[in-house]
Design a protein around this ligand. Structure first.
Ligand code: SF4
Ligand code: SF4
Length: 369
């Protein structure tokens, strides 16, 4: 049986985080999953090169506390991730987020994921899945997700964080091939199945979470939560219940179909059990779930689509270079122009824009959904 445990801490004070992590490991016994001398990949969420206070990435103090804890187990720790967006170098993103300095000062090595090459798997249906060979360079993985909402998968937690093991531009391309929540959840489950045996522990950063229109343009919400588990699907399922979702996300549905959500028990550090009320999900979520059998007309009439807020746009062009459908051109006035015939509504542009300049607009009929 898997074990999920939660503890509370009021802010990103490294010493306090370290103390809670120590207690959670001691409560669950998950430290028995490690042997001194092993080489462990610490995989934070480094979605984009943004400052820690934006709450888009795993917090650097959280990374630092985790590295220090793993070092006490006698482990060699390397830190790596593949950021979203076309052409964003992983080391640049690590430095911008503050994770590079935090990890190195705590005794880890930060390595560029690009240098490890790619292993290609074939799914049963024949789809090609590309995963970084970094997973073969280590004995195990410690997954360090950030608790956030996500406009395509509802939430981004431990299983979704494994998507960062897909290197480079393939991450963006997959949005073109798997544009709906159901298809993308299928892809996430395929990736997860190929890496889950390597994952020794999940340590979730839910101290400041993101609700609303995550994973990058939502609202920060202080939950003060740290979660750990020996199983990604178990902690994701437990978190969905803790957040009070009325239905499981498409990711959990797909994982359950594949029997990848094990039985698990949930523990809390003494007296810290808490309930989370009114956690805001993405505003587009109901539209996302309109079944395809309703046809293209319904999908066209009941739709959410990206528009640019010209007052916020800096003309950096990141949205255009990250669009998997080539549906954005930067016009001569420096602003993005959308080709809605090509747009597949993946909302990668909304996710990647560093200025929160891409807003989600709804068609008139969406108010009746
Ligand atoms: S919308 Fe955002 S990503 Fe696109 S050009 Fe403007 S600032 Fe850059
Ligand atoms: S314009 Fe935005 S939502 Fe549309 S396909 Fe491109 S990245 Fe996705």
């Amino acid at each position: 049986m898997a074990h999920v445990a939660f503890g509370k801490v009021e802010d990103y004070d490294e010493e306090k985080i370290l103390s809670v992590i120590e207690k959670l490991f001691s409560l669950t016994g998950i430290d028995r999953n490690f042997k001194p001398g092993e080489r462990i990949l610490l995989k934070p969420n480094v979605l984009a090169p943004r400052k820690a206070e934006m709450g888009i990435t795993t917090n650097p103090q959280f990374v630092s506390a985790t590295v220090k804890f793993l070092r006490t187990l006698g482990l060699e720790v390397i830190v790596s991730d593949s950021p979203g967006g076309a052409g964003t170098k992983s080391m640049f993103a690590m430095k911008e987020t503050g994770i590079y300095d935090a990890a190195v000062n705590a005794g880890a090595k930060v390595v560029p994921i690009e240098k490890f090459g790619i292993k290609t798997f074939k799914s049963d249906g024949g789809a090609k899945i590309h995963i970084s060979k970094i997973i073969y360079d280590v004995d195990g993985i410690v997954n360090l997700p950030k608790l956030k909402t996500h406009s395509l998968t509802l939430l981004t937690l431990a299983v979704k964080n494994c998507y960062g093991l897909v290197p480079g531009f393939m991450k963006t391309r997959y949005h073109f091939y798997y544009p709906t929540p159901r298809k993308f959840s299928w892809l996430l489950s395929e990736i997860y199945e190929r890496v889950r045996d390597k994952i020794r522990a999940v340590i979730l950063d839910g101290i400041v979470a993101m609700e609303g229109n995550g994973p990058s343009a939502g609202d920060l919400r202080k939950l003060g939560l740290i979660g750990i588990s020996d199983d990604c699907a178990a902690i994701d399922d437990a978190l969905e219940k803790l957040l009070g979702l009325d239905k499981p996300s498409p990711v959990i549905k797909e994982l359950k179909k594949r029997k990848l959500v094990p039985d698990y028990k949930v523990s809390w550090l003494n007296g810290e059990e808490t309930k989370i009320h009114d956690f805001a999900i993405p505003s587009n979520w109901k539209m996302r779930l309109i079944p395809s059998f309703l046809g293209t007309l319904a999908n066209r009439l009941i739709q959410i689509y990206p528009v640019v807020d010209e007052s916020l746009c800096t003309g950096c062009g990141e949205c255009a270079s990250s669009c998997p459908a080539n549906a954005i051109n930067i016009s001569s006035n420096g602003l993005p122009k959308f080709d809605y015939k090509r747009c597949i509504r993946c909302l990668c542009c909304h996710e990647i824009c560093p200025s929160k300049a891409i807003k989600l607009k709804r068609t008139f009929l969406t108010r009746f959904v």
